[in-house]
Design a protein around this ligand. Structure first.
Ligand code: GAP
Length: 517
């Protein structure tokens, strides 16, 4: 059922131009997606709503748009170079590489079934397991029975095998090289000259790192660090008094191993993060404040607010920098999962950057005449994950009676602020001056900054359905009566109710409806 719903959403996204697999004609790039004409509108609407509510509606938050590539020392100071890694394991039977902490759990010694893609692979695996591990299993079709879980509390997520390599830590940051240097050229010359001959594995690794370390840079794995690094510049240039926040929205990159649930986890994604700097001792209050504020924000655009909840992190789950963390979770088709983290990062980041850069990163309170390192509360949300959340929240099917009997109507009940197209304008027929009136109305809507769409293709019923499926909240139809009395119909996407309004009032009516939502 859950898979079924995700498949329907993925299919709608492709069919109607929301999200495509990246580089699809070349076979696609795993965990990378392109936002099509409607997807980019929806993502921007979501990010603009966040910016409006987080920056433009508050006196205590300012914005930042920082470089994606930052000085490599940033990542050393933040702990990402040493600690931003996932425990990876290789399955020795099916060769899948997976995250140990995301693999299916089993009890040590529990009997498990290994399932391969086909009978041939199962036969080959049977022989391999017997030869390599001295374990004889029973084959039934493509299944192997009789294996027992070892000491590790998980099995391979692909085939269920307990035969795997040791865990290794894999850093999630994407590496690249900066400046007019080609480490590969220098490396090739060194290999040719025999510099590497006879080196042990560890020495070889160290030597290789030496060739790349001066030019290595990283694509940021979070937008947060720039807000710590630029804290002093922003506070001083804007004369900001604590408490205040710095907000940033944009791309982040993580070399994710686990491919999960469409755009939920991708290698290139967008975040909406805010670092709120406050006086030590006031952080608990602000932590609660931001939890409530962020939870209210997500629910504001939802059809089913009960599908959002807050989960408090256990002490064992906390990141090394956090004293406390709440997750805003959404009930996705596969279960509750994270949408935003709200963390109490204490003064960890500012102190680390002060220590590593040698700069003074503090706040001087001019009234109390005291100096301190501010504490930070960080609401860190996923924008691309937010798009998936609202697609799941909005997807709706209902049975309706049509001229050919009962039919399924698919509706994206997107909040009007998030809907890619706000209003469709339709001439009932392509004659009698109706197209001209419709085009003039589209132009008038454009002039007021409203994303409208002219649609004259197919019968009117089909056009309504097409716009229901992409979440267009209102359709305006020019018909015979328009020519007689200057009125048009306005149709509501969710109720399908239609009423007549003067064509001259249409733009104001749409503006009023958009404002009232
Ligand atoms: N600065 C803190 C930070 O980055 P995080 O929990 O790692 O915290 C914040 O990320 C949010 O970014 C997550 O709650 C999630 O919504 C989103 N996010 C993280 N990794 C993601 C990925 N690989 N794909 C899509 N969204 C991701």
């Amino acid at each position: 059922m859950a898979d079924d719903l995700m498949q329907k959403i993925i299919s709608l996204c492709k069919r109607r131009g929301f999200v495509f697999q990246s580089s699809e004609i070349y076979g696609g790039l795993k965990s990378a997606y392109d936002y099509g004409p409607l997807g980019v509108e929806m993502k921007r609407n979501l990010m603009n709503a966040w910016w409006r509510d987080t920056v433009h509606s508050r006196e205590d938050v300012v914005g930042l748009d920082a470089s994606i590539i930052m000085h490599p020392k940033v990542w050393q100071a933040s702990g990402h170079l040493s600690g931003f890694s996932d425990p990876l394991v290789d399955c020795k039977v099916c060769k899948e590489r997976f995250r140990a902490d995301k693999a299916p759990a089993v009890e040590p010694g529990q009997e498990v079934t290994i399932e391969l893609a086909d009978k041939g692979r199962a036969k080959a695996a049977l022989t391999y397991i017997e030869e390599q591990f001295g374990v004889t299993l029973k084959r039934s079709g493509r299944q192997l029975n009789g294996a027992k879980a070892g000491d590790r509390p998980y099995v391979c997520p692909n085939c269920g095998s307990p035969f795997m390599s040791d865990e290794r830590n894999f850093n999630l940051m994407f590496r690249s090289f900066y400046g007019p240097v080609d480490p590969m050229g220098a490396l090739a010359s060194a290999i040719e000259s025999g510099e590497f001959n006879g080196l042990s594995g560890a020495d070889l690794r160290q030597k290789l790192d030496g060739f790349t370390k001066d030019s290595t840079v990283y694509l940021r794995p979070e937008t947060a660090q720039a807000m710590f690094v630029q804290y002093a510049n922003i506070q001083q240039s804007m004369s900001l008094k604590i408490p205040f926040g710095i907000a940033q929205a944009g791309k982040s990159f993580r070399n994710e191993i686990t491919v999960e649930h469409f755009i939920f986890r991708s290698c290139e994604f967008e975040q909406m993060e805010m670092e709120f700097f406050c006086e030590p001792g006031t952080e608990d209050e602000w932590f609660e404040y931001w939890k409530e504020t962020r939870m209210g924000w997500w629910k504001k655009f939802a059809n089913n607010p009960e599908n959002f909840r807050v989960r408090t992190h256990e002490a064992s789950e906390l990141a090394h920098y956090a004293k406390g963390c709440y997750d805003v979770e959404y009930r996705f088709p596969w279960g509750w999962d994270e949408l935003e983290g709200i963390a109490n990062r204490t003064d960890y980041d500012l102190k680390k950057h002060a220590e590593h850069s040698g700069s003074k990163i503090e706040y001087f309170d001019p009234v109390e005449r005291k100096r301190y390192t501010p504490y930070v509360i960080e609401p860190a949300a996923g924008a691309t994950r937010g798009v998936l959340t609202y697609l799941c929240d909005a997807y709706h099917e209902e049975q309706v009676e049509g001229p050919k009997g009962t039919d399924t109507r698919v509706v994206l009940k997107l909040h009007p602020q998030l809907a890619p197209v706000k209003v469709a304008v339709m001439p009932l027929v392509k004659k009698n001056g109706m197209p001209e009136k419709a085009r003039a109305l589209v132009d008038a809507l454009f002039r007021r900054g409203i994303n409208a769409s002219y649609d004259a293709q197919n019968a009117i019923g089909k056009r309504y359905r097409r716009h229901d499926e992409i979440g267009t909240p209102w359709c305006l139809t020019i018909d015979g009566e328009t020519l007689e009395d200057g009125t048009i119909t306005i149709r509501d996407r969710d109720t399908m109710e239609q009423r007549r309004i003067p064509i001259d009032d249409a733009v104001t009516e749409i503006e009023t409806l958009l404002r009232s939502e």
